[in-house]
Design a protein around this ligand. Structure first.
Ligand SMILES: [Ca+2]
Ligand SMILES: [Ca+2]
Ligand SMILES: [Ca+2]
Length: 411
């Protein structure tokens, strides 16, 4: 082709281009503009997904290279790769999330990659990682890659570790969150991690060890309407015999300006009298004596509440303990001695119980000078004299607080 002919072609092309621009400018209201990037992306969508690499360590980079060649694959969150690679336990719906994970406005892809664990460990035959794929002018790159985790518990059919990718804390830049699991001999534990991204990389903004809860589930929700989402971690039942009576709980982890920190813990329902008495104990310890008195009485009047260790005469012991504590709460809230005496008389009816004896000790001490402190001194003497028996009764497993004589009558 001659130089003159090329020059003519270029001139024609420029003229045509100028003409198109004028046409577009004149008729923007009726002719939709087609962005060139999309027009160019169309043919690349037909690039077939790459072969799954032999090495698990190469998965993330291979997917990033493929996305650079075929950015259209990001629009359906890598369904073609996830389909072609058939990574164990990873399904498209749970294996990929698109959203903003950092401080530029583009979406990143949060992805789960997995492979068989060879040889398998005692608790798993599959390992997985969380990966963040980020686009830039140079193409896609691996912006974050977690350590390798084991898929647990045994028998898991779908891995769904991705929790969220968006501006979670309401500061205008993106975060992402995922969860991992760990199973011991008789119980499994779930842990959530939250990261925020910037040009400098990804920083952990949950505690270093994560936010953990036994047999847990996690949900992001703005519970107080301040524009920042809290992480609600629910669970706490371990299924282990040594744990003692268990109840679920919901922890609220809130953004404090630099980290997600524990804001509050809400106990779940329990069928056990022990937990209802423990709730009243917590209210008394917080100094809300009138409410604590009501809670002891309501717990003791609720005939549906159960014992966890019936062979300890648990309900009888807890009844005498609860009535002693109701008397204490009544006196501390400024109530009359007559009502408190009524509670203590009733507490002493549990004749063969440790706590009937405890109530009697308090009553005798209090009667001497009408002072709570004298009654409490008598209680402390009784606890000291019979500590092994009290400690044995108050051992409610590792999921519950250990026996602590100092909490019985600290006044
Ligand atoms: Ca971004
Ligand atoms: Ca944010
Ligand atoms: Ca909030």
């Amino acid at each position: 082709m001659s130089k003159a002919w090329i020059a003519t072609l270029i001139a024609l092309a420029l003229a045509a281009s100028a003409c198109e621009q004028r046409t577009s400018t004149q008729s923007t209201s009726i002719v939709p503009l087609t962005p060139t990037s999309v027009a160019e992306a169309q043919p690349t969508a037909s690039v077939p997904p790459p072969e799954r690499p032999a090495s698990f360590d190469a998965y993330a980079e291979t997917i990033a290279s493929y996305l650079s060649e075929s950015p259209g694959a990001a629009s359906d969150c890598l369904a073609d790769v996830l389909g072609a690679w058939a990574m164990p336990l990873v399904e498209t719906a749970d294996g990929c999330l698109a959203g903003n994970a950092d401080d530029d406005p583009d979406s990143e892809l949060l992805l789960v990659i997995s492979s068989p664990l060879e040889p398998p460990s005692a608790t798993s035959d599959t390992r997985y990682r969380i990966v963040v794929l980020d686009t830039s002018a140079a193409g896609y790159g691996v912006a974050f890659q977690s350590e390798s985790f084991e898929a647990v518990p045994p028998g898991t059919t779908v891995l769904a570790p991705l929790l969220a990718v968006e501006d979670l804390n309401g500061d205008g830049t993106g975060e992402f969150a995922y969860k991992t699991g760990y199973c011991g001999a008789s119980a499994c534990f779930d842990t959530a991690f939250i990261y925020t991204g910037s040009v400098a990389g990804y920083d952990l903004i949950s505690p270093r060890d994560g936010i953990g809860v036994g047999e847990g589930s996690f949900e992001f929700r703005d519970t107080d309407g301040d524009g920042s989402q809290e992480l609600l971690a629910s669970g706490g039942i371990s299924g282990s015999v040594g744990a003692g009576p268990q109840r679920s709980r919901t922890e609220t982890w809130a953004w404090d300006g630099s980290l997600y920190a524990l804001r509050s813990t809400e106990p779940g329902p329990s069928p056990y009298l022990y937990h209802h008495i423990a709730d009243a104990d917590a209210v008394l310890a917080a100094g809300n004596y009138a409410l604590a008195e009501q809670m002891y009485l309501l717990a003791l009047l609720d005939g549906t509440l159960e014992a966890y260790y019936p062979d300890r005469h648990e309900l009888e012991e807890l009844r005498s303990y609860g009535l002693f504590r109701a008397a204490l709460a009544h006196l501390l809230s400024g109530g009359d001695a007559e009502t408190a005496t009524g509670y203590l008389n009733s507490a002493r009816e549990g004749e063969q119980t440790l706590h009937a004896q405890l109530a009697a000790s308090f009553q005798a001490g209090f009667a001497a000078k009408s002072e709570v402190s004298v009654g409490c001194a008598a209680v402390r003497d009784d606890l000291r004299a019979n500590e092994p028996e009290y400690a044995a009764f108050w051992d409610f497993g590792y999921a519950n607080p250990a026996f602590n004589a100092a909490t019985f009558c600290p006044f």
